[in-house]
Ligand binder design. Sequence first.
Ligand code: NAI
Length: 345
Amino acid sequence: MIKVAFFDAKPYDITSFETYGKDHDMTFRFLETKLNEDTVELARGCEAVCVFVNDDVNAAVIDKLHEFGIRLIALRSAGYNNVDIRAAFGKVHVVHVPAYSPYAVAEHAMALLLTSVRRIHKAYNRTREFNFSLSGLTGFDFHGKTVGVVGTGKIGRIFIDICRGFGMHVIAYDLFPAKDSGIDYVPLDELFERSDIISLHCPLTEETRHMIGEASIEKMKKGVVIVNTSRGGLIDTAALLEGIKSRKVGAACLDVYEEEADVFFEDRSGHIMNDELLARLISMPNVIVTSHQAFLTEEALNNIAETTVGNIRSCFDNDGICNNELCYRCGDIEHCKKQRKQRCF
Ligand code: NAI
């Protein structure tokens, strides 16, 4: 029986993981708290930890996990910027769920965009109070507009297809452009200059942190709509707020926020909001914030549980080989041992 400390557990996780776990000889210690240096002790006695996007798996946490004899960090997310995979190398194996439903995220990006541009959030509140006025609800046609997609991986490409369905002209930027994809790649600055709508679908790395900031906003069209369903750190929030206040940015649709770890996923309605920046953003009529919910569909939850349980099982089976293992040099053709030994270390 593999014992797994499951951090940041939510009711919807528990249902799906219990279903898949029992067929794989696995028990979960469901913990409401997030994993960090203060809570790592709760993992003692387990063989693996299962973490989500706001668990802070830094080098100190990894050392503790290693000391407790924990062999595996199983991310139940695609993104892994919250795990110091360099520090984990040689100590604790790291696995993730590369794709669970790219459709869920791409569709949510479009849902936010439509809501924002067609003022559905405003109309919904008005008609509930029998206010049938249309003043201030004017949107714009998507048809014929230029959308700039940053990151053309699994989610970005589905988003591109959705946009094309609306008759939008799509331009894109990716550090590694996909060959023969029919995607119109342009340099990032050109994307900023030409796009009516910009949607972010690249990972958060040192290179991409604050890619939307004062300088890039300066280059954008007046009234640009910015959509971020990727990672909060891609946007310098203070600069975005200034862009909104100056009317340069026409609207922002945010499913992620750089300081989300302290607030997202929790009911904070009875509390005073200490995050002034987030409070100010939410107060804006042209900003829509959802709390990292883009992934949240039934299909995605089932895929996450099934793949994560499968990942854990593979790592504890005889050869310990898991195709979804990660390390800081994964994908580095020259140095990645996985190509030869099928394990990262
Ligand atoms: P993916 O790995 O399939 O695609 C990422 C793309 O970004 C790749 O084409 C890659 O070449 C490109 N890229 C890498 N570095 C770049 C750079 N510096 N500039 C521009 N492009 C760069 O990943 P996928 O599945 O499409 O996910 C994208 C992101 O969506 C994830 O990194 C994750 O942060 C986020 N995500 C958000 C969710 C949510 O619930 N809001 C759920 C799942 C993922």
